[in-house]
Design a protein around this ligand. Structure first.
Ligand code: NAD
Ligand code: MG
Length: 386
């Protein structure tokens, strides 16, 4: 039996992860659950999965959760002057895997804490890797932690890499559906409701907007560079509207290895939670005797400024990816709140990157500082547009 902690358990990835737990009751035991604000759903999950520890980031709702759970044996963790509840729950002893499915850079402390305590991090929270990748890699190496990707593209690449050695990789090919606006030319007046309609995946609001701007693919370029220790020029993107091929690795001899399955996040989640084992998962089976067409085309780099910005951040290095991620989080929230236009999201990211000088990030505190700094600058741009 493998003890696991699920962070962001009330979200899209979190609920899919609990479905994987339901399918593997003799292999996975939930010992910790954490969420942002949905105390009712979290209380229901506590009742069903009986973890030993639980926490909620919203302080007011945490009090309600505490009253709901009073009398039960579960320990409700909260932030104090000396401790951070997400860090604590990610460092629980006798826990093998922490699935980080929190949205945004808010998940960074938890990823670091799990790695420092030598755990496997099943990483959906790509913003952790984008904001602090080199430091997280160093922490993993120093303390014996390991990152197993949950993002479907990176899970695919992780699997494809079994086919060759690191110095035999010619390039990674990240696939992207192109989102809801693949064939739309003018994106100026896109309403929030349309940007929230992804053609193939049902996900949380932030990543759905990231998919519409293609910044999701931009973040994934940076995530891949750090996860697989490769330079920007060895990572490419191809548009694949069907979302069947989840990504590919091309080796030096020209062989391209791909991973195919139905678009369902339960496959990469299960692979990470049960790593290195595989278990049957019928919901992802692809029937290749049915007529299926697979299309691939290059992305329009003039339309998707997000991809250019991601390559720029990766090439600049230092705090640039942290700045890009922070500005994106601020801009996406402003768009969802109806404060800026769709096309202003990438404009704000570019202007924030232009404004801040690049600099090194020797440790996590520098990442938090750069993140706050960039978020403030981006917020000023939002005000200037609103
Ligand atoms: P979501 O919005 O559906 O869920 C986010 C979860 O995080 C919720 O449980 C929420 O309560 C929790 N949360 C938010 N802020 C928090 C905080 N400060 N402290 C603790 N918990 C907090 O998002 P999602 O779609 O499940 O995505 C989660 C992460 O996984 C994101 O980083 C996303 O990019 C990544 N991801 C998602 C998918 C997908 O299919 N949904 C695919 C690949 C990667
Ligand atoms: Mg992805």
């Amino acid at each position: 039996m493998r003890n696991i902690v699920i962070l962001g358990s009330t979200g899209s990835i979190g609920k899919n992860a609990l479905d994987i737990v339901d399918r593997n009751p003799d292999k996975l035991k939930v010992v910790g659950l954490a969420a942002g604000s949905n105390h009712e759903e979290l209380a229901r999950q506590v009742e069903k999965y009986r973890p030993t520890h639980v926490t909620l980031s919203d302080k007011t709702r945490l009090s309600t959760l505490k009253s709901t759970l009073s009398g039960s044996s579960v320990t409700v963790l909260e932030d104090t002057g000396f401790s951070n509840a997400l860090e604590e729950i990610s460092a629980l002893p006798d826990t093998e895997v922490v699935l980080n499915a929190i949205v945004g850079v808010a998940g960074l402390r938890a990823t670091a804490s799990a790695l420092v305590t030598g755990k496997i991090v099943a990483l959906a929270n790509k913003e952790s890797m984008v904001a602090g990748g080199p430091i997280l890699n160093a922490l993993a190496e120093e303390h014996g932690g390991k990152i197993i990707p949950v993002d479907s593209e990176h899970s695919a690449i992780f699997q494809c890499l079994q086919a060759g050695k690191h110095d035999e990789i010619k390039r990674l090919v990240l696939t992207g559906s192109g989102g809801p606006f693949l064939d739309r030319v003018n994106l100026d007046d896109v309403p929030v409701s349309e940007a929230l309609k992804h053609p193939n995946w049902n996900m949380g609001p932030k990543i759905t907007i990231d998919s519409a701007t293609m910044m999701n693919k931009g973040l994934e370029i940076i995530e891949a560079a750090y996860l697989f220790d490769l330079p920007a020029e060895k990572i490419s993107v191809v548009i694949h509207p069907q979302s069947i091929v989840h990504s590919m690795v091309e080796f030096v001899d020209g062989a391209i290895i791909a991973q195919l399955s139905k678009p369902d996040m339960r496959l990469p989640i299960q692979n990470a939670l049960l790593y290195p084992d595989r278990m049957p998962l019928d919901v992802c089976n692809l029937d290749l005797t049915e007529a299926i067409s697979l299309e691939f085309r290059p992305p329009d780099m003039d339309k998707y400024i997000s991809l250019k910005l991601a390559y720029r951040a990766l090439n600049e290095g230092g705090i640039s990816p942290t700045v890009l991620n922070a500005a994106n989080e601020v801009a996406v929230k402003a768009f969802l709140d109806g404060r800026i236009k769709f096309t202003q999201i990438c404009e704000i990211i570019r202007r924030t990157m232009d404004d801040l000088e690049t600099g090194d990030i020797p440790d996590l505190n520098d990442v938090y500082r750069a993140n706050m700094w960039a978020a403030d600058v981006a917020e000023d741009f939002v005000y200037s547009y609103a």
